[in-house]
Write a protein that binds this ligand. Structure first.
Ligand SMILES: *Cc1c(COP(=O)(O)O)cnc(C)c1O
Length: 420
């Protein structure tokens, strides 16, 4: 393992671990034992067996699926797709939603309609799920990795601004990387584990550099930044409805925008770019077959009806974790940033670097599914040669972050009142 200096705040302290009673820990109270004990106390059931994030089907999922099958409209046309899009637009507060087959395709299309072209660079966090970077590559563009900030885990706008002022040049209103010569086509913030990033800072930065913002809100359905929904910022945004996300359509995604022209282009491109006609097959671009099938949308409609209760249940779990981990030495439970309401998609602990593997091993052995954060994007072979800024915060977190069980069903069952 390479050595990266630990990240400290302005006073030289670890920004994550506020309570630390170092030295008082006895050998039998190792951090992995303490964490395993807390998981055992918070999570219902005997002896573990808790997944990281299982979907919860407690609404009208089966009813809608049967209706969909009976209607024969199981594919790319049907009432459930339209209803699913309308429900999402209404919930998030955007004008248009285009439902597609997954979040990765949604992001690829969102980048394309936002003007990202082949050989552009697109700025995105190094600490994200690989789909964010892959979608950029699928557009023929080059990912350019930004560091995250300790308070939100999302892109650090102050640090990125300082970096861009050094490496970028503006020509005819467009922003270029003066080192590589490539145009910078967009900035893609990602709300890590559902926690909203600093949207004021990032919006201001994008405005100053004339860069379109494409929000990767795949993990943050229902999260709010200053009362406004994740997915309603930027030129467009994307959601994912994969099986491990807050709500699921089996597989699915969506492009969200307030711009009717962009929405029309997203709809056109994702439905083979067919020009509407009663019988002619005329297509005016190499379009995609990305439309969400009605069958998946049927599941999605039932899931969206449960969304408020799902988020309530996830937030209750986070609150319990927060109190249970509050005074544990050597552990910080990551809580929602100021001015944000998080959906707490995945709960996260931050531990000392040397303790991480012991914690992962002990908790998984006890039956509590825990996982390290994603391998940073610049460590993956296909993205290793991409440009990047100093990534010291992400590189510190890479060896310290652990996700713990977070499914919406964990406390749904535990309280009598929630059981249907
Ligand atoms: C889940 C996810 C996506 C999209 O994933 P799909 O599996 O293609 O729906 C994109 N970005 C992030 C950050 C994600 O977590």
């Amino acid at each position: 393992m390479e050595t990266v200096p630990p990240v400290t705040d302005s006073a030289g302290r670890d920004p994550f671990v506020r309570t630390r009673r170092g030295g008082s820990m006895k050998a039998e109270n190792s951090v992995e034992k303490l964490i395993t004990a807390v998981l055992g106390a918070v999570l219902p059931g005997e002896g573990g067996g808790t997944a990281l994030h299982e979907p919860l089907f407690r609404g009208r999922e089966k009813e809608y699926l049967l209706q969909c099958i009976d209607s024969t409209f199981v594919s790319s046309v049907g009432g459930f797709v339209d209803r699913f899009e309308a429900m999402l637009a209404d919930y998030i507060g955007v004008k248009s939603v285009v439902a597609v087959v997954n979040g990765t395709c949604a992001l690829q299309v969102a980048l394309e309609i936002s003007g990202v072209r082949e050989n552009d660079e697109v700025i995105l966090p190094a600490m994200t799920f690989v789909a964010t970077a892959n979608a950029v590559s699928h557009c023929g563009a080059v990912p350019h990795f930004a560091d995250c900030e300790p308070g939100t885990l999302g892109i650090d706008p102050g640090k990125l601004s300082g970096y861009l002022s050094r490496i970028s040049v503006t020509r005819e209103g467009e922003c270029f990387n003066r080192i590589t010569g490539r145009r910078i086509g967009a900035v893609v913030p990602m709300h890590v584990f559902g926690h909203p990033g600093d949207m004021d800072g990032l919006t201001d930065l994008c405005d100053r550099y004339g860069l379109p913002m494409v929000e990767d809100a795949a993990e943050s359905l229902g999260s709010l930044y200053r009362g406004r929904h994740a997915g309603s910022f930027g030129r467009c945004a994307v959601l994912s409805f994969n099986g491990n996300k807050t709500v699921t359509t089996g597989g699915g995604g969506a492009v969200l925008t307030d711009d009717p022209e962009l929405a029309a282009r997203a709809r056109h491109l994702t439905t083979t770019a067919k020009v509407p006609h009663r019988w002619e097959y005329f297509h005016d671009a190499p379009g995609y077959n990305y439309r969400m099938p009605n069958l998946n949308a049927a599941l999605g409609c039932a899931q969206l009806e449960m969304l408020d209760r799902i988020i309530e249940s996830k937030r209750r779990l986070a609150k319990r974790y927060g109190s249970a981990f509050a005074d544990l030495p050597g552990v910080a439970f990551f809580t929602e940033p100021e001015h944000a309401r998080s959906n707490y998609w995945l709960n996260a602990l931050i531990v000392d670097r040397e303790a991480r593997d012991r914690v992962l091993s002990a908790t998984n052995k006890a039956g509590y599914m825990t996982r390290p954060v994603w391998r940073l994007m610049h460590r993956l072979p296909m993205h290793a040669h991409c440009p990047r800024m100093d990534l010291s915060v992400a590189e510190d977190l890479e060896h310290r972050l652990i996700n713990i069980p977070s499914g919406p069903g964990i406390l749904f069952d535990a309280t009598g009142e929630e059981t249907a």
